[in-house]
Design a protein around this ligand. Structure first.
Ligand SMILES: N[C@@H](CCC(=O)N[C@@H](CS)C(=O)NCC(=O)O)C(=O)O
Length: 172
């Protein structure tokens, strides 16, 4: 099921019964149960795969990146992007500037971590790379100057070259 968030469809009662936070994404099971929060959904789907490291330290480090994405990156990138896509960039300029400040602080940290590395955790592609690269690769749509981050750019290209990788939206 897809929703038109601009029309407020996430707040409709039928969807709220599936998503207690009235947000996408939601993973719905055949028995009617639903799982919310992208990190929880990714961890469920990746259970037992090579995307979750076996080593306890590396697994915890991977989780740390998922938490960082939620705490420091997701909103500062998602909100300006939505404002731009909905033609609200001028009227929301002050909010966007505040989010950009927060987002650039997080992107700087990501850039520094990635500069000497190919992947976020250990020496291979994990759920951390998948989860963080998604919004980071769309940040320019929210007015972020991503030319400042060459290591991030190289990393998002490595992620996009992974077998089975598909863009979030067609053409992106
Ligand atoms: N922490 C949540 C954030 C999800 C979220 O913010 N979803 C937004 C779209 S990106 C949403 O559904 N907003 C509801 C709305 O716009 O009405 C996650 O990662 O799953």
């Amino acid at each position: 099921m897809t929703l038109d968030l601009a029309k407020g469809e996430a707040a409709e009662p039928a969807f709220r019964r599936k998503s207690r936070f009235a947000r996408v994404p939601v993973l719905e099971f055949d028995d009617g149960r639903t799982l919310v929060e992208s990190g929880a959904i990714l961890l469920y789907l990746a259970e037992g795969t090579r995307f979750i490291p076996q080593d306890p330290f590396l697994r915890a480090e991977m989780l740390g990146w998922l938490f960082f994405e939620q705490a420091d990156l997701q909103k500062p990138i998602a909100v300006p992007r939505v404002c731009h896509l909905r033609g609200l960039a001028a009227s929301m300029a002050d909010d966007i500037a505040r989010f950009h400040k927060e987002g650039h602080a997080a992107l700087e940290k990501l850039e520094q971590w990635l500069a000497p590395r190919s992947w976020l955790v250990g020496d291979g592609y994990t759920l951390a790379d998948l989860a963080l690269s998604c919004y980071v690769s769309l940040a320019d749509q929210g007015g972020y100057d991503m030319a400042r981050y060459p290591a991030i750019r190289a990393w998002t290209e490595r992620v996009a070259a992974q077998p089975g990788w598909v863009p979030l939206l067609p053409g992106e």
